[in-house]
Design a protein around this ligand. Structure first.
Ligand SMILES: [Zn+2]
Ligand SMILES: [Zn+2]
Length: 354
């Protein structure tokens, strides 16, 4: 195979991505070439593009880690993947190391993340390891396959965070930051029978999450943490469950969100840090001791998270459509600027052929 494709490269942080032709080489024995149907635009792409955080691979690098597409060439060792429609997971473990072997492939030290460790999905094609792909040929016709791109990160990450928190039916689920990953945490928690209380600064996101998962949406803009904590505690108290069944998910990736989430910790409760900010935050860590509470970090998702969450997506219990919007990939630089200006309230799904 030697075909020409196209990709948008990060060459200089803070400068627009550069569109270039790429030559598609035959994949190695354990790799596949995926023709990209769609790639989601994640806030992490902006942190790399803006220079706030450098990607692990040297520049130039093709960004984009939420890929759905079709395998058009496969190495000998992964020939079974040829012709399949697949999600390319944002986090692909090596499959061999001690982390992978105990089911923590998301924490694998040899993991490959498109658009970070290897060239990503802001392209017509990308080459990735063939062993970690998630087949979606059984997706029902009711599901827009382009939207399954967001399962590669936003939805699977939400599923893994919920697993990490040990969330169960009847638990109280606090979701701080109800856009992006938070919207999917709220929906999965609801599907599992939890009571969801969501927090956000944006009215539009709060209105949407009240339709899709949250029993209560609390506005936090320009409010003191103490005041929000009081309102949330009162609301949660009505469910009459002990506080060790409170599961708190910090999905905003802001220091104010982290402060709020930490303040929601109560006796025996569990918090999971899902969002990312490079900024430090001041909290009284001893509250964990005093409350006998638990704080987890959660990075990406191992393969088993897909098997758990895709059925919820396929039967509509986790809706993707209301939280996604479509755009041509040729608008990528404009969309990155909109994201930096907080003008995007939906997950953008990009078409590389437009
Ligand atoms: Zn991401
Ligand atoms: Zn590994």
């Amino acid at each position: 195979m030697s075909t020409i494709g196209e990709a948008w490269f990060l060459e200089t942080p803070g400068k627009p991505l550069v569109r270039k032709e790429i030559l598609l080489a035959d994949p190695g024995p354990s790799d596949v070439v995926v023709e990209v149907l769609a790639c989601g635009l994640c806030h992490t792409d902006l942190t790399y593009a803006s220079g706030a955080t450098p990607p692990k691979h040297a520049l130039p690098l093709v960004l984009g880690h939420e890929v759905v597409g079709k395998v058009i060439a496969a190495g000998d060792g992964v020939a079974h993947a040829l012709g399949k429609s697949v999600i390319v997971p944002a986090v692909m473990g090596c499959g061999e190391c001690p982390f992978c072997k105990i089911g923590r492939a998301n924490a694998c030290l040899a993991q490959k993340m498109p658009g970070n460790d290897i060239d990503g999905g802001f392209a017509t094609h990308l080459t990735v390891p063939g062993s970690a792909l998630i087949a979606i040929d059984d997706a029902p016709g009711s599901v827009d396959r382009r939207n399954l791109s967001v399962v590669a990160d936003a939805v699977s990450t939400a599923q893994q965070a919920i697993f990490r928190a040990g969330l169960g039916e009847g638990d109280v689920c606090f979701v701080v930051g109800s856009g992006g990953v938070g919207a999917f945490v709220a929906q999965i928690a609801r599907a599992k029978g939890a009571h969801v209380i969501a927090f956000d600064v944006e009215e539009s996101r709060l209105a949407l999450i009240e339709q899709f998962g949250a029993e209560l949406a609390i506005r936090v803009k320009d409010r003191e943490v103490k005041e929000v904590r009081k309102e949330a505690g009162k609301a949660a108290g009505r469910y009459g469950v002990p506080t060790f069944r409170y599961r708190i998910f910090e999905c905003s990736g802001t220091t104010s969100g982290q402060q709020l989430a930490f303040s929601l910790l109560a006796h025996g409760a569990t918090m999971v840090q899902v969002g990312y900010t490079p900024k430090p935050v001041e909290v009284r860590l001893s509250n964990l001791m005093a409350y006998d509470a638990t704080l987890h970090g959660s990075w990406g998702a191992p393969p088993q998270a897909y098997a758990d969450v895709l059925p919820l997506v396929y039967d509509g219990k986790v809706a993707l459509e209301p939280f996604t919007a479509h755009a041509p990939m040729s608008r990528i630089n404009e969309l990155l600027a909109d994201m930096a200006a907080h003008k995007l309230d939906k997950r953008m799904v990009l078409d590389p052929r437009a």
